[in-house]
Design a protein around this ligand. Structure first.
Ligand code: AMP
Length: 226
């Protein structure tokens, strides 16, 4: 099963993906996390991506496409994937379609579009703090940690992503409007898109998403012959 979480930076794609991927029995594949891991490990891919990411720009299509395609071919993704942050351009979506139909004998089952207003997105991004150990995400006003600056789970010092600082966050949103929003039409035209209100409590967003996706997971687990 291949699913896409679509939405602006700060819409809650990563938060939701972490909550639902296990329930659906698929791997959570985040292009941003893969890049950040490469940057941490100083790989050539990480070095290439770093400048684009710090400026809030998109990494070139060819680089992202090849990274995601090789990841989808790994054992971790053999039962399918919940894609978070990919595709972000029409060219990436077309490459994904082509690869899924040829190499994986399957297409995208559903695209969940998590919709959040622009002002709210900026507030979320610029107030976001993250645990370097477990990846838990906090907001300095709406979801502060129990002890200021420390992760509730790991007690590690939280950090702010370089690209969440306000001027870079504004740039990321502009890039999203120009390059990623056309995907909403692209997937709506294929009857794959379901819009979810992302301005609710995290748990309520999850319930709305699972209402759409649980029947798909059920279909997959039914025996092929009666
Ligand atoms: P994210 O964690 O999804 O917000 O991604 C962080 C950054 O990684 C983005 O601002 C881009 O610079 C880069 N990135 C992640 N996914 C993609 C993608 N599908 N295409 C191009 N760049 C990406």
């Amino acid at each position: 099963m291949y699913l896409i979480l679509l939405g602006a930076p700060g819409a809650g794609k990563g938060t939701q993906a972490k909550l639902i991927a296990d329930d659906l029995g698929v791997a959570h594949v985040s292009s941003g996390d893969l890049f950040r891991e490469n940057i941490k490990n100083n790989t050539p891919l990480g070095l290439e991506a770093k400048g684009y990411m710090n400026r809030g720009e998109l990494v070139p299509d060819a680089t992202v496409i090849s990274m995601i395609m090789s990841h989808l071919g790994t054992d971790a993704c053999r039962r399918g994937a919940l894609l978070d942050g990919f595709p972000r351009t029409i060219a990436q979506a077309e490459a994904l379609d082509a690869a899924l139909y040829s190499g994986f004998d399957s297409g995208i089952q559903k695209v969940i579009y998590i919709k959040v207003e622009t002002e709210e997105l900026l507030n979320r991004l610029s107030g976001r703090w993250i645990c370097p150990t477990c990846g838990s995400s906090y907001h300095e006003v709406k979801n502060p940690p129990k002890v200021a600056g420390l992760c509730d789970v790991e007690s590690t010092a939280l950090y702010q992503r370089e690209d969440d600082k306000r001027s870079t966050a504004e740039n990321r949103l502009q890039v999203y409007f120009n390059q990623t929003m056309p995907l909403i039409e692209f997937y709506a035209a294929q009857n794959l898109l379901v819009e979810i209100n992302g301005q609710q409590e995290v748990e309520d967003v999850k319930v709305d998403i699972m209402e759409v996706l649980t029947p798909l997971a059920g279909e997959r687990s039914k025996p092929l012959v009666a």
